[in-house]
Design a protein around this ligand. Structure first.
Ligand SMILES: [Zn+2]
Length: 251
């Protein structure tokens, strides 16, 4: 008991020190009393997790979608490589050297990191995927844009293999990881059409105002690679689907 409490508090400190958008420090997780259904009650700073009306993830369906010809293409400018890979107790996160960005609708967002959830957090037409990557970007004014990429089960993914080889198995781990920009770009599908919607961080403090762009095309991951990730995380790390409410998905 005592040992596990110690472990929990060290995880907590680590999550604070390594999370780009850490909240006010109340420990949270994916299971039991600290699981997603309790996040909004764990700290006042996490109240959006239960009060918010534009929360992520969502199920992207025809019923909530609107088609447009005016959806601006995302201009990817991933020109820098990765620096390191961390296990923050909630996910495996690859940190990116300054200099990579996306531009969409005339606004540029710098790529900070990408990380993984198993199974996927967002669903497409009710379909869950074995893995989803979130590429987290921040504009100069502090606004966030996340690009979601689904992985369907298939052959082994070479880029993920490079990440998995270095990912720390312990929750306070950090390891150097020098993947080139070229390698990182190989993670993305060639066609980058996307679904656009307003949402939130999918982890506490569940802050809203996040621009979500989920790519329509998938990448692939082998069953063994999913199992390896799950083994390191110990449990699923996806927040359940949230109500769409008044939102529309633009596609
Ligand atoms: Zn995420």
């Amino acid at each position: 008991m005592k040992k596990s409490n110690l472990l929990v508090s060290s995880l907590c400190a680590l999550a604070l020190s390594t999370s780009l958008y850490a909240g006010h420090g109340a420990h949270w997780g994916y299971t039991g009393h600290e699981g997603p259904e309790h996040w909004g009650d764990l700290a006042e700073a996490y109240s959006m997790c239960k009060m918010g009306k534009s929360q992520s993830p969502i199920n992207i369906t025809k019923e909530v979608s609107v088609s447009t010809k005016d959806l601006d293409a995302i201009k990817f400018g991933y020109t820098t490589g990765s620096v390191d890979v961390i296990n923050n107790g909630h996910t495996i996160q690859v940190n990116i050297a300054n200099g990579s960005s996306i531009t969409v609708d005339g606004k540029t967002y710098a790529l900070k990191q990408f990380h993984f959830h198993t199974p996927s957090e967002n669903n497409i037409e009710g379909k869950s995927f074995p893995l989803e990557a979130h590429f987290v970007h921040a504009a100069e004014d502090g606004s966030l844009a996340v690009v979601g990429l689904m992985f369907e089960e298939g052959k082994e993914n070479e880029v993920l293999k490079s990440v998995w080889e270095k990912m720390p198995h312990k929750a306070d781990g950090k390891a150097p990881l020098a993947l080139s920009a070229e390698t990182l770009n190989k993670l993305l599908p060639t066609a980058k059409d996307y679904y656009l919607f307003n949402g939130s961080l999918t982890t506490p403090p569940c802050s809203e105002g996040v621009k979500w762009m989920v790519l329509k095309n998938y990448s692939h991951i082998s069953k063994a690679q999913v199992e390896e990730f799950l083994h390191v995380m110990h449990h699923h790390n996806n927040r359940p689907i949230q109500p769409v409410n008044a939102r529309k998905v633009i596609k």
